[in-house]
Ligand binder design. Structure first.
Ligand SMILES: *Cc1c(COP(=O)(O)O)cnc(C)c1O
Length: 354
């Protein structure tokens, strides 16, 4: 099976193996990972290892706190402005797709939002480049990789305003200076682990500046104070993250992943560019290394190619329900062989139909 799902998505085979063993007998304890207390040394060591692997792999400074929180990336859309944006203050947002649009909608509930640029005019098929982030913005929010539209920011924008980034679909996939960000968040289910947990990396200096009272569960400072165990964390989801992080480290860390990810993406895009039967709508310089979107103009041929993919054990290759067409997600755990397999099908199909 070749799994191109966009999320929840493919994880390393080793991780599935280790996770299933732990469900039956965690670390020879005769207990399942699902029945241990979260305030036991067993779970504490899992959480601490996961936190320190994130710090190590992303080379984070000591002022960065790593939290594992509930609620999906969508909860961060409102938890961030709740913690950082006062009612009279303003935050700048870049509008590059479905997820960014949702983040903007939620931020407006808490303060002023300045949408500095949008690529909506061309169906989010590119990343806007000429914009200014106003100096008085409390933070500048953007989505590093637009999972649905298939665009990606390949460089960190030049601004002195603190950066907040939704990295749900490209965290740990390529090297970046992660210390440039004041807050990074990512739902785990795309590139890190199982659904049910978010990674939030926050610079403590950003916190405690808003005047509104915060419910404890929404207050990052409470989570930091309690070592990311303010309440019961999603124990199993954190464990799967920890296993994937270990796997990633053994594979050469983020730099190792980036090398393979660039090879995978190059093969798909080179194939698309060489076959006029397929249309890739995204501006070349903004193409995502993680989610490749394309179409076949003729709906009959499109259906036919979908069937061929299914017949050849391809899974999760259709575009998001809002855009249609095809989408191949090439996350860290997707082997190069899967990309070879699908591009071979594309070449065969184009030869027959061209
Ligand atoms: C999937 C995704 C989300 C939403 O994640 P949930 O965990 O389902 O809330 C947000 N942002 C991006 C970039 C995503 O890819």
């Amino acid at each position: 099976m070749h799994n191109f799902n966009s999320g929840p998505s493919i994880l390393p085979k080793e991780v599935f193996q280790q996770a299933s063993e732990a469900v039956l007998n965690y670390n020879n304890s005769s207990l399942s990972i699902l029945e241990i207390g979260h305030r036991t040394p067993m779970f504490e060591s899992i959480l601490h290892e996961a936190q320190s692997l994130v710090k190590e792999l992303m080379a984070l400074d000591n002022n960065k706190q790593v939290l594992f929180l509930h609620g999906g990336a969508s909860t961060q859309f409102f938890q961030i402005p709740m913690n950082l944006l006062d009612e009279k203050a303003m935050a700048a947002y870049l509008d590059c797709g479905t997820w960014g649009t949702k983040a903007i909608k939620e931020a407006k509930l808490f303060g002023k939002v300045d949408v500095v640029a949008s690529s909506k005019d061309r169906n989010y098929s590119y990343i806007p480049k000429d914009y200014q982030v106003p100096d008085n913005a409390v933070y500048f929010h953007y989505t590093t990789n637009n999972t649905i539209e298939g665009t990606q920011m390949h460089a960190i924008p030049e601004t002195n305003v603190p950066l907040v980034a939704d990295m749900s679909s490209d965290i740990l996939s390529m090297s970046l200076d992660f210390n440039r960000f004041s807050l990074i968040y990512a739902g785990a289910q795309k590139n890190i682990g199982a659904a049910g947990v978010n990674i939030v990396i926050v610079d403590e200096a950003m916190l405690g500046k808003v005047s509104r009272p915060l419910p404890s569960m929404m207050d990052y400072r409470e989570h930091i104070k309690n070592g990311s165990m303010l309440n019961t964390p999603p124990v199993f989801a954190v464990f799967v993250c920890m296993l994937t992080l270990r796997w990633l480290k053994a594979k050469g860390g983020i730099a190792g992943m980036e090398g393979i990810n660039r090879k995978k993406a190059a093969l798909v895009y080179d194939t698309l560019d060489s076959l006029p039967l397929f249309q890739a709508p995204v501006a070349k310089e903004d193409r995502s290394l993680m989610n490749v979107v394309f179409r076949i103009d003729d709906p009959v041929l499109e259906k036919e190619f979908q069937q061929i993919c299914r017949d050849n054990n391809m899974y999760g290759f259709t575009g998001h329900r809002s855009v249609g067409g095809f989408r191949l997600s090439l996350y860290n755990a997707l082997p190069y062989e899967s990309v070879v397999a699908v591009t071979d099908l594309m070449k065969d199909f184009a030869k027959k139909k061209g």
